[in-house]
Design a protein around this ligand. Sequence first.
Ligand code: ADP
Length: 271
Amino acid sequence: FFTLIFGLILFIILLAGMYFVFIFLTKQININLLYETFIANFTHELKSPLASIQLYLETMSRRKIDAKTQKEFLGRMLQDTQRLKRVIDAILDISQIEQRKKMFNRELVSVKDTFPQLIKSSQQQFKIPDENIRLKVECDGFVKIDRDAFQIVFSNLVDNAIKYSAGNLQIDIRIFKQGKNLIIEFSDHGIGIHKEDQKQIFQKFFRVSRSHLPDIRGTGLGLYHVREIIRGHEGKITVFSPGIGKGTTFTIALPLINIKDREPTFRLAKK
Ligand code: ADP
């Protein structure tokens, strides 16, 4: 009888062991797959602006071109350089955050003064016309944020809203108070995200498979970067999309600072 019980226990342990090895290997294979795809995407993100700059430079050095065309070429090269810098800066910033070397330079800011400015700069960065951004700020409170980091947050959200817009460039942003938190609701009316994919969207390197969609550039790092920044501010970000073709809403919750309780050394950051 004891041999039977012992055998059974051994069998269960063996099964559990096999299950864990299976889970571990599947995870490892998934991580390796994600990583390999990331390397391909990342290389493409570096190579394509570089190739474009090289082409403009070669054309300019070989052919005589008029001042207007020259100006246009320089403008395009500047755009490509900015694109390159953004990818490299993101990698460096993420690595700093992961190694816990990143110091968020947080200052006390007024929601009403700061957030419209941050959103405006992202809007200008991606050349979105005013009528495409509907912004409602319904909170008089204060939060403690690193402005540069939040600029990255909004730039990533705006960039994605355009990339995955499927032609509808409308963005709705609502900023309001809920309990002790500031809520930023960022909605687009683009391609939406399948329910299953919404669970993985903030994972490092994750990109939704888009075999049925035209090629959209990216590294799968943007939303991971955004989430790490929000976490560094004791906040939370979630995603909701009713489904494919029905748009996407990102919701950020950040702790509001009760200005009456603030430490005397706190100073309101200048704009
Ligand atoms: P990237 O855009 O470089 O692929 P992100 O981390 O920013 O990486 O986003 C991960 C994935 O989430 C994207 O590949 C895309 O499939 C999906 N996604 C992100 N934002 C949106 C959005 N606004 N609408 C639809 N899909 C989105």
